[in-house]
Design a protein around this ligand. Structure first.
Ligand SMILES: [Zn+2]
Length: 78
C-alpha cells in the first residue's frame, strides 16, 4: 500500500516493468500511472498535484487510454 500521488488516499501499488509507478487509488483517482521523472520531481520540489483538475484530466484521458500516465509534461500542479 502507498499514498495516491494526487489525493493521498490509500492506494494499491501494482507491479510494473517500466520507469513509472502504477496505482489504484481507493478514492476518486482510479487506476493510473505516474512517470518516474514526475515522481522524482514531486519529491525533490515538494510539490503536490491539483486533486480536482488532475482527476478531471485522468477521466478525460481514459476515453482514449484506459490507464493514463501523468508525466512531467502533463502534470497539473496545486
Ligand atoms: Zn487518489
Amino acid at each position: 500500500m502507498m499514498e495516491c500521488f494526487v489525493c493521498s488516499a490509500e492506494s494499491e501499488k501494482l507491479p510494473i516493468l517500466g520507469d513509472w509507478t502504477e496505482l489504484r487509488c481507493s478514492d476518486g483517482c482510479g487506476h493510473y500511472r505516474l512517470s518516474g521523472t514526475l515522481e522524482r520531481l514531486l519529491s525533490v520540489n515538494q510539490q503536490r498535484l491539483d486533486v480536482v483538475r488532475t482527476r478531471g484530466w485522468l477521466e478525460a484521458s481514459r476515453v482514449t487510454r484506459p490507464i493514463p500516465m501523468i508525466t512531467d509534461l502533463t502534470a497539473i500542479y496545486a
